[in-house]
Design a protein around this ligand. Structure first.
Ligand SMILES: [Zn+2]
Length: 95
């Protein structure tokens, strides 16, 4: 039976598919995909799902540098508002 051989080839390919994708390999150029429509469609579906997941769950963890910026921004803003409150009553020449 040809089907059986094809199946085990697919199983072997699909077993390393995730690793291939994760390692950044160009999976589309994999020799198995040249003659296996089933796995081509599987890969296309995976890529669609991965794309959708990327949009649903964007990377939320900001890099350390960003936190530094946020922290210093909060600090300087606090200092500003504190000194403004302290001598805010001093200035008021409107009208
Ligand atoms: Zn296959």
């Amino acid at each position: 039976m040809n089907d059986d051989a094809n199946n085990s080839a697919c199983a072997a390919f699909q077993a390393q598919l995730a690793e291939l994708i994760a390692s950044g390999e160009d999976v589309n150029n994999h020799p198995h995909l040249q003659n296996c429509e089933v796995c081509r469609q599987l890969l296309a579906e995976l890529e669609t799902i991965a794309e959708a997941a990327r949009q649903l769950f964007p990377i939320v963890e900001p890099p350390d540098e960003l936190w530094d910026h946020i922290e210093s921004a909060i600090k300087s803003e606090k200092e500003f508002s504190v000194s403004e409150t302290l001598d805010g009553h001093d200035s008021g020449s409107a009208g």
